[in-house]
Design a protein. Structure first.
Ligand code: KG4
Ligand code: ZN
Length: 347
C-alpha cells in the first residue's frame, strides 16, 4: 500500500476511534514548539522561544530563525514525547503548521514532520496557523463549540471571523494594512522598548495616562487600519520632539493600547450584533494583553455577550493549538497531507 493510501485508511480508522494521540509541530516564526494532544486534552506542550536571540536585531531575522529551528526541533520533539510519557511509536498521527509564516522557518517543521510521518508510517495533517490560534480556546474552554465570533489578533493577522463550524469561516472584518501585533511592536520600537513590543507596552502602560489626544484612524465597516493608528502615535511623538516638548513614554503606551483595544472591541461587538451571536472567542499573541482581555469582557458583558479567553500562554505561538486543530480537522473529515506537502508562507 502506498503512503497516501495507508494515510487515508489510518485517518478513517482514527475518526471512528475518536480517542488517539497526535504529535504536533509548530515552527512558523520564532518559536520552536512541539506538543502531544488527545482530542482537546494537552498531554505536553513544549516551547523554545528564540526571543533572546532576535532581540538585539529589534525583530525576527528569518535566516536566524530557520537555523535555530534546525538546532532545536529534535530535542523539543523529544521533550514533548517525554512530557506526555510516550514514545514515537505510540503516536497515531502527526500534525504540522504549513503556513502562514516565514518560509524557511515553516520548512523546518514541515520537512521534519514529513520525515517522521514517513518513517513511522503514520498519517500527517497540515494545519493553517491561524486556524490553530482560534482553537487554542478549546483547550482552556472545552465547552466552546461553533458557531461563534473569533477575534484573531497576532503579529501577522487581525481578523474578525464568524466560525460557523470547524470547517466554515466567514471573514467579517480584517486589517487593511498592518496587524495589531505589528503596530504594538513598531510603536514599542519608536519608544525605545525591546522586541517583542506587545508585552513591553503593556508593562509600561500600567503607569500611564491613556487619554492623550491621538485620533483613532479611519475605519471602513468592520475593517481596521493599524498602520493608521501606528502613524498617528508616531506623529504625536515626533511633533513633541520637534517642538522640544517632553512626554512620558508610559502615557503614549497607555493611549496607544487603549485606542488599539477600542478599535478591536467596538468592531467585534458590532459584528456580534450583526451575526446575532452572543459568543466571542479571543485568539492570537495580542490576546495575551490584559487590558484587551478585561476591556473586551467588560464591554461584551454589557451587551450580554459571553467572552472566551484562552490561557495567556496559549495565546502566543505553541504546538498544542496545532494538535487540537488537527484533531478537529480529522473529525470533520479532512484528508491527510500528501508527501509533497509544501510550506505556504502567505496561506
Ligand atoms: O500569535 P503570535 O505569538 O505570533 C504570530 O502568529 O504573529 O503573536 C505575536 C504578537 C507580537 O506582535 C507581540 O508583540 C504580540 O503578539 N503580543 C502582545 C502581547 N504578547 C504578545 N501584544 C500586546 N500585549 C501582550 N501582552
Ligand atoms: Zn501565531
Amino acid at each position: 500500500m502506498s503512503y497516501a493510501e495507508s494515510s487515508l485508511e489510518q485517518v478513517k480508522k482514527l475518526r471512528e476511534k475518536k480517542d488517539f494521540l497526535i504529535l504536533a509541530i509548530e515552527s512558523s516564526c520564532d518559536e520552536t514548539a512541539a506538543a502531544v494532544v488527545r482530542g482537546r486534552e494537552v498531554l505536553s506542550n513544549v516551547i523554545s522561544s528564540q526571543i533572546e536571540i532576535h532581540k538585539r536585531f529589534g525583530g525576527v531575522v528569518p535566516e536566524i530563525a530557520s537555523r535555530n529551528h534546525c538546532l532545536q526541533i529534535d530535542s523539543i520533539v523529544g521533550e514533548a514525547l517525554d512530557g506526555a510519557g510516550i514514545t514515537l511509536s505510540d503516536v497515531d498521527c502527526f500534525a504540522v503548521t504549513y503556513g502562514a509564516g516565514l518560509l524557511g522557518a515553516l520548512l523546518v517543521g514541515v520537512s521534519y514532520a514529513k520525515a517522521l510521518s514517513y518513517a513511522e508510517g503514520k498519517p500527517l495533517v497540515a494545519v493553517n496557523h491561524i486556524k490553530g490560534h482560534i482553537v487554542a480556546n478549546y483547550i482552556s474552554n472545552p465547552e466552546l463549540v461553533p458557531p461563534y465570533l473569533a477575534l484573531v489578533v497576532s503579529g501577522g493577522h487581525t481578523e474578525i471571523l464568524y466560525v460557523k463550524n470547524d470547517t466554515e469561516f466567514e471573514v467579517m472584518g480584517e486589517t487593511l494594512d498592518d496587524a495589531a501585533g505589528e503596530a504594538f511592536d513598531k510603536v514599542a520600537r519608536v519608544l525605545g522598548l525591546p522586541y517583542p513590543g506587545g508585552p513591553e507596552i503593556e508593562k509600561i502602560a500600567k503607569n500611564g495616562n491613556p487619554n492623550l489626544k491621538i485620533a483613532k484612524p479611519y475605519r471602513d465597516k468592520l475593517n481596521f487600519s493599524y498602520s493608521g493608528l501606528k502613524t498617528a502615535v508616531i506623529n504625536y511623538v515626533r511633533n513633541r520632539e520637534a517642538r522640544g516638548e517632553s512626554f512620558e513614554k508610559a502615557d503614549v503606551a497607555a493611549s496607544f493600547q487603549r485606542l488599539a483595544t477600542e478599535m478591536l472591541v467596538e468592531n467585534v461587538i458590532k459584528a456580534a450584533k450583526f451575526k446575532k451571536t452572543n459568543v466571542i472567542s479571543l485568539a492570537g499573541g495580542v490576546g495575551a494583553n490584559g487590558y484587551l482581555r478585561e476591556t473586551l469582557k467588560k464591554e461584551a458583558e454589557k451587551k450580554n455577550i459571553k467572552v472566551y479567553l484562552p490561557e495567556k500562554k496559549l495565546c502566543t505561538d505553541n504546538a498544542a493549538m496545532i494538535g487540537v486543530r488537527a484533531y478537529a480537522e480529522i473529525m470533520a473529515g479532512a484528508e491527510p497531507a500528501p508527501l509533497d506537502l509544501d510550506a505556504d508562507p502567505s496561506l
